[in-house]
Design a protein around this ligand. Structure first.
Ligand code: FA5
Length: 352
């Protein structure tokens, strides 16, 4: 008879089961003892060769060891599963006391900040904020502002013209009647070169007295440099009433500049020419001892502009101005190149 040391087998199995640290190895150990060719299974298979007495003794002993190995494996499996669960929890644990990762949040563009600040100042002085189209007709951008075709003054505004298939009445093929001629307004499209078209657009629909500002993007087909861009922002201002003078303009602009710059700045008025104002002047601004920056065109509203808007120039007086918002921002933040605003350079933008 083969001597089988069941006690030793059990001790060995227990040692191995205890030592294992993962479920896969545990499964291997289980198979080593109780798999098809396992050590305990082999004992059972050998029983038939034994005498009934020996069979009973060894069978009972092997059964006991089998149950104990099964029991130990079950226990260890439970322990290993519990360890795995703990490890998983540990891994997924969130430490709410740890400092959070800073999220990158966008912020407003310096030109938007300046536009909002300017709007607030003028609103507190009783102005309404109006916006208008960036694509304009030739009529509103030029003709209605007393800048007729072929007039040299048009060259002041290098224009981006748009291709549009507007049917303009051809006097040769179709004789326009009198009202057609009177009502004819050029619908040729362009990118507005300034915000002044809104003067006429607004006065057509609103009876004075009125006080408006119009912030908006303008476009000019010109070479760029440190103070000129092909796109830039203007702020139009228009005040119309029965009795408005240049003194009103000066007071309002001085108040605005004082509140906007909050620091000592110098202003210089130069006589100038705009077809839609008479008299006209240009306003340059500089910070202490700095370079003069041409910032604003202005003047008293020309009678022709009132007429184009359907108002009687004998009844109304007004002043208008058009300031470069980019130039105001440059002066305020000491920026020496307008092109930085449109460069999308985060090193620049993050400073605001
Ligand atoms: C005008 O555009 C007139 N419409 C202003 C005006 C309005 C006069 C109402 C009278 C009454 P001007 O072309 O000078 O004028 O432009 C006005 C301001 O816009 C300039 O002083 C400047 O600050 C700004 N500006 C003009 N062109 C550019 C440009 N290419 N890049 C940046 N800013 C510009």
């Amino acid at each position: 008879m083969v001597k089988i040391d069941l006690k030793n087998l059990k001790v060995e199995a227990r040692k191995e089961i205890k030592k294992t640290d993962n479920l896969k190895d545990l499964d291997e150990i289980f198979k080593k003892y109780l798999g098809k060719k396992g050590e305990i299974t082999r004992i059972f298979n050998s029983l038939k060769k034994l005498s009934p007495k020996e069979r009973k003794k060894l069978g009972e002993g092997a059964n006991l060891v089998k149950r104990e190995v099964e029991e130990m494996t079950k226990e260890r499996a439970k322990e290993l599963q519990e360890e795995l669960r703990k490890q998983k929890i540990e891994k997924e644990k969130i430490d709410v006391t740890r400092p959070g990762k800073k999220l990158e949040i966008g912020h407003l563009h310096p030109l938007t900040l300046v536009q909002r600040e300017v709007e607030e100042i003028f609103q507190s002085m009783g102005f309404s904020v109006i916006i208008g189209p960036e694509i304009e007709t030739e009529w509103y951008n030029f003709d209605a502002l007393n800048i007729p075709k072929d007039h040299p003054a048009r060259d002041m505004w290098d224009t981006f013209w748009l291709r549009n298939n507007q049917k303009i009445p051809n006097p040769k093929s179709q004789i326009p009647n009198k009202s057609q001629i009177l009502n004819f307004k050029s619908q040729k499209l362009l990118l507005r070169t300034h915000t002044s078209p809104l003067q006429v657009r607004y006065m057509e629909k609103h009876q004075p007295p009125l006080r408006i500002i119009v912030p908006g993007r303008c476009f000019r087909h010109e070479a760029t440099d440190a103070s000129h861009e092909i796109q830039f922002y203007q702020l139009e201002g228009l005040v119309v009433d029965k009795d408005i003078s240049g003194a009103n303009f000066k007071a309002i602009i001085e108040e605005f500049l004082k509140r906007f710059f909050k620091t000592d700045i110098e202003i210089r008025l130069r006589p100038s020419f705009f077809p839609f104002t008479e008299p006209s002047f240009e306003i340059d601004i500089r910070r202490k001892k700095g370079k003069w920056v041409e910032t604003m065109g202005a003047g008293m509203v020309h009678p022709k502009v009132f007429e184009a808007a359907g108002l009687n120039p004998k009844n109304w007086q007004g002043f208008a101005f058009g300031a470069g918002l980019d130039r105001l921002a440059m002066l305020k933040y000491k920026i020496n190149d307008i092109r930085l605003f449109y460069s999308s350079d985060l090193r620049f933008l993050k400073q605001f």
